[in-house]
Design a protein. Structure first.
Ligand SMILES: NC(=O)c1ccc[n+]([C@@H]2O[C@H](COP(=O)([O-])OP(=O)(O)OC[C@H]3O[C@@H](n4cnc5c(N)ncnc54)[C@H](O)[C@@H]3O)[C@@H](O)[C@H]2O)c1
Length: 288
């Protein structure tokens, strides 16, 4: 299969990442067939996409015609069977091996032999997931970053059985949708999270040891290293439970103490201090 022959892509899951992938692929000129579990979820995703396009329109990055054309290329269904015949499918459903396994079973039952599956998983092993499908040679990781329309990077992760033609197609797809890709081995965290997770956990350790205050740790990394957000602010923004969960998964896999979430973070999760979404994390947001 050749990238020039692909006019339609599928996207399973229209949450934070899926909605971003849908928008990006539609803006790149693909017909995009989306599948999620309910119309309610889709209404929310479509609102996110429309708001994001409107923002681009306001900044004169796109025209009204571009926006209308992108939206017209998107269609939605709750039925996986609508993806029969689609040659390239992005998977961005919940980060659960069980949910993904069930979905790939359904996709395998309707999709053709040549279909490429590109999973956006952050923490599951690509080779293990590829083992769930009929054609692991056509299975690959394409790890996007949030928010997808803004973030330029895609990590491309071939599994043990992925053939070069699949990797080449994933690289071509990333380029066609305007992303810069890097390729890496199927190891926990790939490149970005392998470096980012221990860094964020180390910031919690500094706080736990009383080396500096949360505000001073964040200021140090912003003004000393040019980071747009400090490591503790970033965890509050993403949800402190995310780093905790991902750190535990990586630790279980690698038994490397750098990935073990510190006690302070564990206690924060137990206390419900999950960051912005609960009004309290490393900082207090109760008045916002
Ligand atoms: N959030 C991030 O910053 C981020 C970054 C990179 C990668 N990822 C990965 O992307 C994937 C999705 O993450 P997210 O943050 O968008 O999650 P999310 O919870 O925002 O969205 C998941 C979506 O999947 C849908 N879904 C669940 N089961 C489904 C099924 N059987 N069929 C179709 N849709 C189904 C849900 O209804 C929901 O809309 C995960 O694998 C995650 O690891 C997330």
């Amino acid at each position: 299969m050749n990238i020039e022959n692909i006019t339609t892509v599928g996207v399973c899951g229209a949450g934070s990442m899926g909605a971003g992938i849908v928008q990006t692929a539609a803006q790149a000129g693909f017909q995009v067939k989306v599948v999620d579990v309910s119309e309610v979820v889709w209404a929310r995703a479509l609102k996110t996409i429309t708001t994001s396009l409107e923002r681009m329109l306001k900044k004169e990055k796109i025209s009204e015609a571009d926006m209308a054309a992108a939206l017209a290329r998107i269609s939605f269904s709750t039925d996986v069977a609508t993806l029969a015949g689609v040659p390239f499918i992005f998977e961005a459903v919940f980060e659960s091996a069980e949910v993904k396994k069930e979905l790939f079973g359904k996709l395998d039952a309707v999709c053709g032999d040549d279909v490429i599956y590109a999973t956006n998983t952050s923490s599951l092993a690509i080779t293990e997931m590829a083992a769930l499908v009929k054609r692991p040679a056509n299975f690959i990781g394409m790890h996007f970053f949030n928010p997808v329309p803004m973030m330029k990077l895609v990590e491309i992760i071939p599994g043990m059985q992925t053939v070069q033609a699949t990797t080449d197609l994933a690289l071509a797809m990333a380029e066609k949708i305007g992303k810069t890709s890097i390729t890496c081995k199927d190891t926990p965290g790939f490149v970005v999270n392998r470096l980012l997770v221990p860094y964020m956990l180390d910031a919690v350790r500094l706080l736990e040891e009383g080396v500096a205050s949360a505000a001073d740790i964040d200021t140090a990394m912003k003004l000393g290293c040019g980071m747009p957000m400090g490591p503790l602010e970033l965890q509050d923004y993403a949800g402190t439970d995310i780093g905790y969960h991902v750190g535990n998964i990586f630790y279980d896999y690698m038994k490397d103490a750098r990935f073990a979430p510190p006690g302070l973070l564990r206690n924060m999760i137990k206390a419900g201090y999950l960051g912005r979404k609960t009004g309290k994390g490393f900082y207090d947001y109760s008045d916002k």
